[in-house]
Design a protein around this ligand. Structure first.
Ligand SMILES: [Zn+2]
Length: 636
């Protein structure tokens, strides 16, 4: 087969051969690029965990938390006892939920039911910095997680949604048939779960609505919120949690769900909620029971993402241990596999990118002078978290794995400690040294609430970054990603937060209007594009596209200053980092849920905005990767 010309399709030209050979592992939903790195990290760590367990490798003395992680890993591996017991270990939790005889009884014991029995509450909560004063914490509330995760799947004409509910019902019926419930009860529990879930979906925010951060800030006094909560005694819930130190307000992150709370939870349908809670608890518990039940309970999520098989027991063991002990495992990974030389090199790259952004902001032609000053202040005060944290959060020292407990009870204990740790943050000032991502995660992020950027050690590898790659390749890889993350500090969300991460309007009306015009232009380029049978939602992905645009602009500006710049290497590596093959199920799901454009479009659309692209490969209007000048856009 003749190779696709780079001028027609950068993504295929660079990745085509690799993509042809690429096979999605049967326990994953994608391969290549990010997924490849994740697998590499997993394989390295699987070896280390096996070596820790059989004593071939010593667990570092200064990371005692890893010892506990290995104990949890071992507990998952020792499946014999679990396989014999079947559903039995879950019954005490399920019976407890079934035994609740009144709304009063529930309200009076809600916190104990949550912490000691893992009973799902009819809302999600978290403790997060208060957006208007990020030095203090606030109690945030949203609706409960929906079966189909996004409201769009619940539309009348959404066939995928209907099919998925079919799979969910099948699996859940099977699981319910293993409980002591009568056949009639089993049917009722499932029907009630589906109704409750549908009612939640009717009042929950969509993904597009969720992409607007400022809209998360809906403070309510407890009595206001209680009005909306009706039959659920929120006041008592918070008092049981905090006693005297109870917060005087909550922040309704999803104000639609809070205002619509009564429509899915009220005195009349309280039983429906109990049945929903029972079913959710059952599915969750099965993840920690026999191997057979584990596989059954993950059938729905695997169908959702197009994953053929459950991971091996060994992988399950590592995945659980590294999730529950994420920070110490990340520190171990970073200390073991990420060198100081690389760290210094990437930190320098970040500093250069920040300096270049400052120059570009100063020369920007649509922001007011006062706004530019503030943007530069934000860049100057931005904190860089590179690789992995210096220390492990002390709360991990309290996470002990009791060798005498079964896996389900162990997880109940560990989750209780984790939940209490989160909840207790309410009583303390915000800890800005906290990392949002562990060192072994292949990702990067900007945190608007603390004006910091995080680059875990695991992403600082080929093709994103390597001391062996050329400077141009590194700029087209990790450089563009760094520029992407930094630009979030002044995109449509970031522009609403100041240098301390506090919600504050530092843009003039005119700045906003000009920026909006550019945003709309960006939306138009992508909106409605056909992608593997689905349609791209330009509005959903606009922030991330603007960030890619910024990342590319700032790194190309750095390229221009270098005399050994190789633009072909730069663009090729940009395409290489987005190499990906994914299951059709994942592709469709991502089109409605992911705030990023599909990788192929990330690789192929963004370069068209830049003159360097046309010059480097002599791209003309006759080529596939051409965009008329009036559509081209460089924002930062
Ligand atoms: Zn981003």
């Amino acid at each position: 087969m003749e190779k696709v010309r780079i001028q027609d399709d950068l993504f295929q030209n660079v990745n085509g051969e690799k993509l042809e050979k690429l096979v999605i592992p049967d326990d994953k939903f994608m391969a290549g690029g990010f997924a490849q790195l994740m697998e590499d990290v997993e394989n390295i760590m699987l070896k280390d965990f096996a070596a820790f367990l059989n004593g071939e490798k010593a667990i570092p003395e200064n990371l005692p938390e890893v010892k506990e992680a290995v104990k949890l890993y071992k507990k998952v591996l020792d499946a014999d006892e679990r396989n014999k017991e079947g559903i039995t270990p879950a019954l005490k939790y399920l019976d407890k939920v079934k035994s609740i005889s009144s709304l009063n009884e529930f309200n009076e014991n809600s916190v104990a039911l949550l912490l000691d029995y893992g009973m799902p509450m009819p809302f999600k909560f978290d403790v997060q910095p208060d957006m208007k004063n990020t030095a203090i914490n606030s109690f945030a509330i949203e609706g409960p997680e929906m079966i189909l995760l996004d409201t769009s799947f619940y539309d009348e004409d959404n066939e995928t949604g209907k099919q998925l509910i079919g799979v969910y019902s099948q699996v859940t019926s099977k699981l319910l048939s293993l409980t002591p419930l009568s056949e009639e009860e089993q049917k009722q529990y499932l029907a009630d779960t589906l109704t409750f879930d549908r009612n939640v979906s009717k009042v929950s925010k969509s993904m597009v609505e969720k992409a607007d951060y400022v809209a998360y800030y809906n403070p309510m006094t407890i009595s206001e919120a209680q009005e909306y909560f009706g039959a659920f005694d929120l006041n008592s819930f918070l008092k049981q949690l905090y006693g005297e130190n109870m917060p005087d307000k909550i922040i309704a992150y999803d104000d639609k769900a809070v205002k619509g709370f009564r429509t899915y939870f009220n005195e009349e349908n309280f039983e429906q909620y109990l049945h929903w809670a029972y079913v959710n608890l059952l599915i969750k518990a099965c993840g920690f029971l026999s191997e057979e039940l584990h596989t059954l309970s993950t059938t729905f999520s695997r169908t959702f993402l197009g994953i053929a098989k459950d991971p091996t027991l060994e992988k399950q063991a590592y995945q659980l241990a590294s999730e529950i002990f994420s920070e110490p495992i990340g520190v171990y990974y970073g200390r073991t596999y990420f060198g100081e030389e690389a760290k210094t090199d990437v930190v320098n790259m970040v500093k250069e990118i920040i300096e270049t952004y400052k120059e570009r902001v100063a020369n920007n032609d649509f922001l007011a002078a006062s706004t530019k000053e503030k943007a530069i202040l934000k860049l100057d005060t931005m904190k860089i978290k590179m690789g992995y944290p210096d220390k492990v959060d002390p709360f991990y020292a309290t996470m002990k794995v009791d060798e005498n407990l079964n896996l389900l009870d162990t997880m109940k204990e560990l989750n209780k400690i984790r939940q209490l740790h989160t909840l207790n943050k309410m009583l303390k000032p915000v800890d800005r040294s906290e990392w949002l991502m562990p060192g072994h995660m292949v990702n990067a992020c900007f945190n608007p609430f603390s004006n910091d950027i995080t680059f875990p050690a695991a992403i600082l590898q080929e093709p994103f970054y390597s001391l062996k790659q050329t400077a141009s390749e590194n700029l087209g890889g990790i450089g563009a990603v760094i520029g992407h993350e930094i630009s979030h500090c002044f995109d449509n969300n970031g522009a609403k937060f100041d240098e301390n991460g506090n919600l504050s309007d530092w843009w003039t009306e005119n700045d906003c209007a000009e920026f909006k015009k550019k945003t709309e232009k960006m939306i138009k380029v992508y909106d409605g594009m056909d992608f593997h049978g689905g349609k791209v939602n330009g509005e959903l992905i606009v922030s991330e596209n603007i960030a890619d645009n910024g990342g590319m602009a700032v790194t190309l500006a750095i390229m221009a200053k270098r005399n050994n710049a190789d633009y072909a290497e730069y663009f090729r590596n940009w395409a290489r980092i987005w190499c990906m093959k994914a299951s059709p199920e994942y592709v469709q799901m991502a089109l409605v849920r992911d705030v990023h454009a599909p990788n192929e479009l990330r690789a192929n659309i963004m370069p068209r905005n830049f003159e360097e692209w046309y010059k480097t490969f002599s791209v003309t209007e006759n080529d596939g990767m051409f965009m008329p000048e009036d559509k081209r856009l460089i924002i930062w």
